[in-house]
Design a protein around this ligand. Structure first.
Ligand SMILES: Cc1cc2nc3c(=O)[nH]c(=O)nc-3n(C[C@H](O)[C@H](O)[C@H](O)COP(=O)(O)O)c2cc1C
Length: 179
């Protein structure tokens, strides 16, 4: 069965973005996909809880797309989590509205893949660093999918950027198809 996919995109400086801008372009207008640029929606960082909760209820898959900033997401995505994933809605007593949905982290890193190992300069794996995202999903009864990660983005050629953009489109298309 087809799934409805909500991409919540958080990039505070889109005009300077190379890779996320390309990923964004690749998924624009796809059937079954709602693309939401959070920094464009909320330039003052004041997230509309009701609107965001309604959007969550209308979709089956939530994608958190963002550049990796200080081993996490840009601040607005954290703010979105803090205010939208409310007690009684997303978790806690009566908080079952998101149960059964799926979550994909789609992110880009400046650091190369080998840096994200115990012996690398970042000392932790991506799965370890993404534990708050995985556990947040779990607590809300959502399945946290294998993250879509593009490492070492500064060194990518224009051709590689386009290849990644097409891979991202294919991953989103698979989610829409229910895979
Ligand atoms: C404030 C800030 C924090 C960053 N923190 C990290 C980090 O913790 N790990 C990392 O690998 N790259 C880090 N980077 C690099 C970004 O992840 C990288 O520039 C981004 O993924 C490129 O995407 P874009 O072309 O869409 O801007 C950081 C960049 C900025 C501006």
């Amino acid at each position: 069965m087809a799934s409805r996919v909500l991409i919540l995109f958080a990039h505070p400086a889109l005009h300077r973005s190379r890779i996320n801008a390309a990923l964004m372009e690749a998924v624009q207008g796809m059937e079954g996909v709602t693309f939401r640029d959070l920094y464009e929606e909320y330039p003052t960082l004041h997230v509309d809880v009701e609107t965001e909760q309604e959007l969550l209820l209308e979709h089956d898959v939530i994608v958190w797309q963002h550049p990796f900033y200080w081993y996490s997401a840009p601040a607005l995505l954290k703010e979105w989590q803090d205010v939208v994933l409310e007690y009684g809605f997303a978790y806690g007593e009566g908080g079952t509205r998101l149960v059964g949905k799926r979550v994909l982290s789609a992110l880009t890193t400046g650091g190369p893949e080998e840096a994200y190992q115990k012996t690398g300069y970042n000392r932790f794996t991506m799965r370890e660093l993404l534990a708050p995202f995985a556990q947040t999903s779990f607590l809300c009864g959502m399945e946290y999918l294998e993250p879509f990660i593009i490492h070492g983005v500064r060194g990518l050629t224009a051709e590689q950027v386009q290849e990644w953009a097409q891979r991202y489109r294919a991953r989103i298309a698979a989610l829409v198809a229910g895979d």
